[in-house]
Design a protein around this ligand. Structure first.
Ligand SMILES: [Zn+2]
Length: 122
């Protein structure tokens, strides 16, 4: 049996073969140890991933709240301008805001031109 293994090993001597076996056994032990450590670390790793996902969700939530608050402020200001009879007048140049623009953005504070200028500046 041993003699057959030596023949299959392309002329390797018995001592070379046993050296390689030792090498393979060391690699096997190393990988088993590595896998055991990875397995042990899995729960903590999963927990950290969940925490990161929760933080990301919270950030999205905060961002949504912030933009909802901004739009609400614009909408309330537009309603106030309606009450005061200044609705549809550009807050910048005092010219009428284009009706087509108001149909799309009823809470618009500025005419299209002033809006573009402000956007370009910010
Ligand atoms: Zn304007």
């Amino acid at each position: 049996m041993n003699q057959q293994v030596v023949d299959a090993g392309a002329g390797l001597s018995v001592s070379e073969l046993s050296g390689l076996r030792e090498n393979l056994n060391e690699q096997r032990a190393f990988r088993l140890d590595q896998l055991a450590q990875l397995w042990q670390g899995a729960p903590a790793r999963a927990q950290r991933a969940r925490e990161r996902a929760a933080v990301a969700q919270l950030e999205v939530h905060i961002q949504l709240c912030a933009s909802a608050r901004m739009v609400l402020a614009d909408v309330e200001a537009a309603l106030e301008r309606m009450e005061q009879g200044t609705y549809g007048i550009c807050q910048q140049c005092r010219h009428p805001i284009e009706p087509a623009r108001l149909r799309i953005v009823p809470q618009a504070r500025y005419c299209g031109r002033c809006h573009q200028v402000r956007e370009a500046r910010s």
